[in-house]
Ligand binder design. Structure first.
Ligand code: SAM
Length: 263
C-alpha cells in the first residue's frame, strides 16, 4: 500500500479526483478506499450522494469508522473479485491508487476483469475516475542523491522483487539509472525499514503506461473524457534533496483519467 507524499500533495490529488465526479451523481463507489481519505471531498462535491467505500482491509475500514464525516457514507469490508453489489448500482466509481495493486498482486487478467466488473456496476452513462501511479518510461537520467540516501538505493535495488533495478556510478557523485527505476525508488523510500516494507518491495508503482491504461479502459467499453497526468515528481526531489539531470522534462507521477460507460 502506498502512503501519500504530503498533506498538500494528497489534498490536491483528492480534490482533483472529486472535481471529475459529475455533480448530478447520486451513488458513488470508492473502490480500494483505504482510510476513506477521498470521502469528505466527494461529500463536498456532491452533498446528496450516497457514498459507499469498499476495502479489503478490516484495519483500514475500522480507522475510517472513527472519522466518518457524512451520514450518507457506508463502509463495506469486501474485496475484488467478490463485491456484494448488483449491476448498475452506482453512477460513479472512483479508484485511487488501487488498480496498480490489483495488477501487481492479482495479475493482468484480474485487472481486465476488475474493469469489466466496474463497467457492470455502473448505471447507464456512469463514469469511472482513476488516479494511479504511472510508468514514466525508461529513458536514462542522471541522479545525485544526498549522502544518507546512497545506502537506501543499494538496499532498494537488493530488495525490490518485481524487477531488477540497475544503476551505475558516474563521475561527481552522480548515478545513471532509468526514470522508471528512479520513480519506484523515490516513491518507496518512505517504506524502507518500516512494517510496510514487505508489501512495498513486492509491488511496482509503475506498471501502467498511461496510453496502455487508457486503451484497456476503452477496450472495456469506456469512452475517455479526461486524460492527464498529475503530481510533479519535483515534490519528491525537493523533499529528499535529490538532483536530476534529464534530456526532457520529467513526467508527473500519476495518471488521472475519467471514462464514461458507453452502452
Ligand atoms: C494504496 S491504497 C489506496 C487507498 C486509498 N484509495 C487512498 O488513495 O488513500 C490501496 C488500497 O486498496 C486496497 N486493496 C488492494 N487490493 C484490494 C482488493 N482486491 N479488494 C479490495 N481492496 C483492495 C488495500 O487494502 C488498500 O487500502
Amino acid at each position: 500500500m502506498a502512503r501519500v507524499l504530503s498533506p498538500k500533495g494528497r489534498r490536491a490529488r483528492l480534490e482533483a479526483v472529486a472535481q471529475l465526479v459529475k455533480p448530478g451523481a447520486s451513488t458513488i463507489l470508492d473502490l480500494g478506499s483505504g482510510i476513506g481519505a477521498v470521502v469528505p471531498f466527494l461529500a463536498q462535491r456532491v452533498p446528496n450522494a450516497e457514498i459507499v467505500a469498499v476495502d479489503q482491509s478490516a484495519y483500514l475500514i475500522s480507522k475510517q469508522k472513527n472519522q466518518r464525516v457524512t451520514t450518507r457514507s457506508t463502509l463495506v469490508l469486501s474485496h475484488i473479485p467478490e463485491l456484494p453489489f448488483r449491476p448498475e448500482s452506482f453512477d460513479v466509481v472512483v479508484a485511487i491508487q488501487f488498480l496498480h495493486e490489483i495488477f501487481c498482486f492479482l495479475g493482468p487478467d484480474a485487472l481486465s476483469s476488475t474493469f469489466e466488473r466496474i463497467f457492470s456496476l455502473l448505471s447507464d452513462n456512469g463514469s469511472i475516475v482513476v488516479l494511479d501511479h504511472q510508468n514514466p518510461g525508461s529513458a536514462q537520467i542522471k541522479v545525485k542523491l544526498p549522502e544518507k540516501l546512497q545506502p537506501k538505493l543499494q538496499y532498494f535495488a537488493e530488495h525490490f522483487q518485481p524487477r531488477t533495478i540497475t544503476f551505475e556510478e558516474l563521475s561527481g557523485g552522480w548515478q545513471g539509472m532509468s526514470m522508471r527505476d528512479f520513480y519506484d525508488f523515490i516513491t518507496k523510500i518512505f517504506a524502507l525499514g518500516t512494517p510496510l516494507e514487505d508489501e512495498e518491495m513486492n509491488e511496482e508503482h509503475t506498471p501502467f503506461l498511461r496510453t496502455e491504461f487508457v486503451q484497456l479502459l476503452e477496450k472495456t467499453g469506456f469512452r475517455i473524457t479526461y486524460d492527464a497526468d498529475f503530481t510533479p515528481i519535483e515534490l519528491h526531489l525537493k523533499r529528499f534533496k535529490v538532483k536530476v539531470k534529464a534530456d526532457s522534462p520529467l513526467p508527473k507521477r500519476h495518471l488521472l483519467v475519467r471514462g464514461e460507460k458507453v452502452c
